[in-house]
Design a protein around this ligand. Structure first.
Ligand SMILES: Cc1cc2nc3c(=O)[nH]c(=O)nc-3n(C[C@H](O)[C@H](O)[C@H](O)COP(=O)(O)OP(=O)(O)OC[C@H]3O[C@@H](n4cnc5c(N)ncnc54)[C@H](O)[C@@H]3O)c2cc1C
Length: 497
């Protein structure tokens, strides 16, 4: 939702001019964008129902510039919203009217590829798929593969702890990032981890991954790269009901098989994707599973036979195994294009992201069906079935009075249901502004105060991406942040044995 703002006063305009002038001195050339027309391109991210022009857009291209911009903003109490490619579906990169939008897209270089240590060092603006492209000539790839991988940046992936269809076996971003460099709001450049596994001290790397731009600005990322498996084959399995597809997923996992990817689509999503991409999907089933097995050829053949047997036992009506890499890629192309495909059958859609224990799938599907009738809106479902991560796509028309509001209410009810069955508000898209006001569904005040104490340790003025994630902001002084200065703490002599 864009908010109609009153005309800014003379004092505000003067302050803005001073800020723009100072930022132009730090980032010369075309690194500062301050005209309304040019800033329009940045007014929203993937959650397009929300729009806001920033105070000014800054596109630095060195870490020193990032540090100076942040230091200046800290000294002058100016909020900062970091932005990668702007594909966030939770409004994480939504600008603030009184804030600097710090865009990292000029940080687009692969700095080092270290095949011996199985890692690559990249700048945060490199796209997710760009990493795989950089290492593919030696048979390597970067495993987490969000459907937006052609556009989203690795910095954004770190901030959102993004996932994708192959994360069931290979882990989310958090499991594939070995080190980062980030800049604090005070302008300090900090390095965490490196090319090695694990690091001493608290797991600050884990803390930064998924911190949604609230703790620091990531300026370099070291990622794990993997050798492509010897073989990968996918099977399309069609079912007459979603419940049977859910049972098949549970049975595959219960058997101890961890597929490279295991995705599920319901009928509306299957039809939309098939019509768009012609992936070879059966169009007469209610639910479709795409299961990929990878590894040595003999192992893949053996596991495929096991998966097909489980599928038959749980009532599948079709099973089609990919016969070539091209066909396997086509199977995935349909799934990866499911969001834009659904965009072709409805003027607008609202993509939700919740996670549930896998066994609750039938209950949640039935609940969504009832909600669809209650709100009078259609829903298409795609799931990272193996992870229990749901992506219901609520179809609406923003031009019809009240439909956006109904879609948002519908989405909120889905997420509340996810929490009620023991799940969580987000699987991979983050909280941002979208789910901020639902945080009390999962956390009580004590939980959220503790989370904000962590925020205060990094950013005691709440200048980094304020208004995201937390529904209420507590002043850090009220939360009782402990200020420990070097030299103030006396360590007792340690007993020696
Ligand atoms: C069609 C479509 C499909 C998608 N599919 C998936 C999917 O399969 N899996 C998935 O996980 N997500 C998916 N997404 C969501 C989105 O692509 C991811 O959240 C992605 O990681 C965002 O990256 P970005 O570069 O666009 O970040 P942005 O949208 O620019 O920013 C996202 C958040 O990260 C912060 N941020 C960005 N860069 C930095 C930085 N350098 N330092 C600190 N904070 C930073 C921002 O402040 C914001 O809070 C999809 C989106 C679309 C539009």
């Amino acid at each position: 939702m864009s908010v109609l703002m009153p005309k800014p006063s003379e004092a505000i305009l003067q302050r803005r001019a001073a800020i723009v002038g100072a930022l132009k001195a730090i980032v010369p050339g075309e690194g500062v964008v301050d005209s309304t027309n040019e800033m329009r391109a940045f007014e929203s991210d993937g959650l397009t129902a929300y729009r806001q022009l920033p105070l000014v857009v800054v596109l630095p291209d060195t870490v020193e510039q990032v540090a100076k911009v942040l230091k200046y903003c800290h000294a002058n109490e100016i909020p900062v919203v970091p932005r990668g490619s702007g594909t966030s579906l939770s409004g994480g990169a939504l600008p603030l009217q009184d804030g600097v939008l710090l865009v990292l897209s000029k940080f687009n270089r692969v700095l080092e590829i270290d095949f011996d240590n199985r890692c690559a060092v990249v700048q945060p603006g490199v796209t997710n798929l760009g990493i795989t492209h950089a290492v593919a000539h030696r048979g390597f790839y970067y495993a987490p593969d969000p459907s937006s991988q052609i556009a989203c940046s690795i910095g954004g992936n770190v901030a959102e702890n993004s996932g994708g269809v192959h994360c069931l076996k290979y882990g989310l971003t958090a499991n594939n990032v070995l080190g980062i460099e980030f800049v604090t709001i005070e302008g300090e450049i900090v390095r965490l981890g490196g090319k090695h596994l694990d690091a001493e001290g608290y797991d600050l790397l884990g803390l930064m991954t998924g911190s949604e731009g609230l703790l620091g600005v990531v300026t370099e990322v070291t990622v794990r790269i993997l050798q492509k498996p010897e073989t990968a084959r996918a099977v399309l399995i069609g079912f007459p009901t979603s419940e049977q597809a859910g049972e098949c997923v549970a049975a595959i996992i219960a058997k101890g098989i961890i597929p490279g990817g295991m995705e599920m689509m319901d009928r509306p999503a299957i039809l939309a994707a098939e019509d768009f991409v012609h992936a070879g999907y059966p169009t007469d089933v209610e639910a479709l599973l795409i299961v990929e097995l990878d590894g040595p050829a003999a192992e893949v053949d053996h596991l495929l036979a096991e998966v097909e047997a489980i599928a038959k036992a749980t009532g599948c009506v079709t099973a089609k195994v990919s016969e070539s890499d091209e066909e396997r890629a086509a199977f995935w192309a349909g799934r990866k294009a499911a969001f834009p495909a659904v965009g072709r059958i409805s003027p607008d859609y609202y993509c939700m992201d919740g996670t549930i224990p896998r066994k609750e799938l039938p209950k949640v599907l039935a609940g969504m069906k009832a909600m669809s009738e209650k709100y009078g809106l259609r829903v298409a479902n795609v799931f990272h079935a193996g992870d229990g991560n749901l992506h219901p796509l609520i179809l609406y028309d923003a031009n019809k009075e009240g439909e956006l509001h109904r879609a948002e209410e519908f989405g909120n009810d889905i997420l509340k249901l996810c929490v009620a069955v023991g799940g969580v508000l987000t699987g991979e898209h983050g909280v941002g502004v979208e789910k901020r006001d639902l945080m009390p569904e999962m956390f009580d005040e004590t939980d959220m105060k503790h989370q904000q104490r962590v925020k205060c340790a990094f950013d005691d003025k709440h200048l980094l991406n304020p208004g995201k994630v937390f529904p209420t902001l507590h002043r850090c002084a009220e939360l009782g942040r402990m200020h420990v200065h070097k030299g103030q703490v006396a360590f007792p002599d340690l007993p020696r044995f």
